[in-house]
Write a protein of this length. Structure first.
Length: 300
């Protein structure tokens, strides 16, 4: 399978009004109209670049993840992916109306942990409307997709096997979290990881979405803004050891975390080998999430 990156993400929220200042004034995302009739009372759309939208927030009774959109290069790749899913025994559907995503075509399925995945090609793009951040930030790095996601699962190795087999991901690192727990980082192209899975946190489900800025200054300025706004902080400004991105984590109005960072590792496929690494931060990243890891027996 030829996944080029995380093309779009849909989240659910009970209060869309809370998302406007969070996305626009704190993170610097550009509000957008994605599809006629889809913007307004029921869905908010946000831009990170020249795409018509990258992040959608849908009004719902329960908050959380709605879907993950994985980008393929063209129709042949999508047809090949659909055949691959069938061989893997995955029950996938081809929604005729494209679910309002604005893409050329997509295939949708749900993984064993309840997360909806959409394989698509032909992303909606506004070449004549430049991205302009409400906070005047330089923008976001989207060359290898819009970022990465982390999910919490009962068994990290089982999830690793599923995503490598079904989505064609490749393992980058396996992190020893202590007490027999792991965090496993999976990629498809140069970005260090597109999806990570862990069994160290106590509550299974969608944990966070990472967005990467073009400039480190925009991480620092956003960090100042979230503190001034008293936004719930999940992990303070810090730097990971395996993917040495400088980032912080805040809680979104959808309940999941948003990691905003800069300087993530790009993989050289010709020389990369899978690493077994320890659970360490180069500096910072303290807060509620790390407290949960330690409570679960992790971080020796």
């Amino acid at each position: 399978m030829e996944i080029r990156g995380l093309g779009y993400v849909g989240l659910r929220a009970t209060d869309l009004a809370a998302w406007r200042p969070f996305a626009e004034e704190l993170l610097g995302l550009m509000p957008a109209t994605a599809e006629p009739g889809r913007q307004g009372a029921e869905t908010l759309y946000y831009r990170l670049d020249g795409r018509r939208w990258r992040l959608a927030v849908h009004r719902a009774k329960e908050p959380g993840l709605a879907y993950l959109g994985w980008e393929l290069p063209d129709r042949d790749a999508l047809e090949s992916a659909a055949e691959h899913l069938a061989r893997c025994g995955v029950d996938a559907e081809r929604p005729g109306e494209k679910l309002g995503r604005g893409v050329s075509d997509l295939v949708r399925f749900v993984d064993p942990w309840g997360h909806a995945h959409e394989l698509f090609y032909g992303a909606p793009t506004d070449l004549d409307v430049p991205f302009v951040s409400p906070t005047r930030s330089a923008g976001f790095l989207t060359e290898n997709g819009m970022g990465h996601v982390l999910t919490v699962v009962p068994d990290a190795h089982e999830a690793e096997d599923y995503y490598t087999r079904v989505l064609g991901m490749r393992t980058t690192d396996r992190m020893d979290m202590g007490a027999g727990k792991r965090a496993i980082f999976l990629r498809s192209r140069r970005r260090h990881h597109l999806i990570a899975v862990t069994d160290v946190l106590p509550v299974p489900g969608f944990n966070h979405l990472m967005l990467e800025t073009l400039e480190i200054q925009d991480v620092g300025r956003a960090w100042d803004r979230v503190q001034q706004a008293r936004t719930p902080i999940l992990m303070t400004l810090g730097q990971h050891s395996n993917d040495p991105i400088v980032s912080f984590y805040v809680q979104s109005p959808s309940g999941c975390g948003i990691e905003l960072g800069h300087g993530g590792m790009l993989i050289d496929e010709a020389s990369w080998v899978v690493r077994e690494v320890g659970c360490n931060e180069l500096w910072g990243h303290v807060g509620a999430t790390m407290d949960e890891i330690e409570a679960g027996g992790g971080r020796r």
